[in-house]
Write a protein that binds this ligand. Structure first.
Ligand code: ATP
Length: 274
């Protein structure tokens, strides 16, 4: 039996140029943590993320995925190169970029609705609008019934859904997710993946999603980036052939697809070869 070759396209290391729907442009970004003579953690990353893309970043531990996310979030400056978001140079955290972490980190003394409203309160959004938006986003993640509960009364998956609602409520144009489901059990994880696919379809946000899990990347993404380590760089950048704009396929159907199994094998061996 012939194994179909995945439709990988090699990553180009030339500087990239904006087009109309581009959200993030990463141009020749390198990062060296101190001391400065050490090998760079990220080396000449060029990347363009567009509106409505769900981009999964896969790579071995330590290849710099989180460091890249922290630069995109504006938490740390690159040692070299620039990041532009919606045309503006991005040097510090701002509300155009939302981040969802591995742990929900909700304020334990605030209700779920209070947690979702918190970022909007900091932005000076008036109370009636805050309440309306919080209700909208809690409904979007299926937590409307839990609005008045405290975080300790929620399951792990529910807390993570609340964290996603909190991030979306500040209306970022880009959402960065750093292994948001890795602390969840397998069943909860699958239901969260379904939630993210649905949320993405409804909000059409640009989402960059870091994961170690090849299956998760294949099930969720419209595009996949593979990073290698020492130094951290993007070595593959390709459209997920399993993703269809017109047809949201269910995960069981996707997993049984021969192309899924072939891609899975191919990605696993590619990442393991690093
Ligand atoms: N604040 C820091 N100071 C110095 N070195 C750091 C710092 N943060 C990360 N590193 C180093 O940078 C490299 C990349 O780390 P990073 O967390 O970005 O990788 P990763 O791909 O996200 O890893 P993982 O998948 O294990 O989370 C690692 O060698 C790590 O030890």
């Amino acid at each position: 039996m012939m194994i179909a070759t995945p439709t990988f396209t090699s990553h180009h290391s030339e500087p990239v140029h904006a087009n109309r729907s581009t959200q993030i442009i990463v141009d020749q970004v390198s990062l060296t943590y101190r001391p400065a003579w050490e090998e760079p953690v990220l080396d000449q990353i060029n990347l363009e993320l567009e509106q409505s893309e769900l981009v999964c970043v896969l790579g071995p531990s330590g290849c710099g995925k989180t460091s890249l996310l922290h630069i995109l979030a504006g938490y740390i400056p690159p040692t070299r190169g620039t990041v532009r978001i919606n045309g503006k140079e991005h040097k510090a955290p701002n509300s155009s970029v939302g981040v969802v972490f591995q742990h929900a980190n909700l304020f334990p003394w605030l209700s779920i609705a209070g947690n979702v409203e918190f970022g909007m309160k900091m932005k000076g959004i008036p109370k009636p609008l805050r309440k309306e938006k919080a209700a909208h986003y809690l409904q979007l993640v299926g937590l409307q019934e839990a609005a008045s509960k405290l975080p300790h009364q929620l399951s792990g998956g529910m807390k993570q859904r609340a964290a996603i609602a909190r991030t979306l409520a500040t209306d970022p144009s880009i959402v960065l997710m750093d292994e948001p489901f890795s602390a969840l059990d397998a069943l909860t994880r699958e239901s969260m993946q379904i939630h993210v696919r649905e949320l993405w379809a409804k909000t059409q946000k640009c989402i960059m999603f870091i994961t170690h899990d090849v299956d998760e990347a294949l099930l969720l993404s419209s595009r996949i980036l593979i990073m290698h380590a020492r130094p951290g760089r993007i070595v593959q950048d390709f459209r997920n052939p399993l993703y269809s704009e017109n047809k949201a396929r269910n995960f069981n159907e996707l997993r049984a697809d021969r192309q899924f199994l072939e891609l899975r094998e191919s990605l696993l061996s590619h990442i393991a070869s690093v």
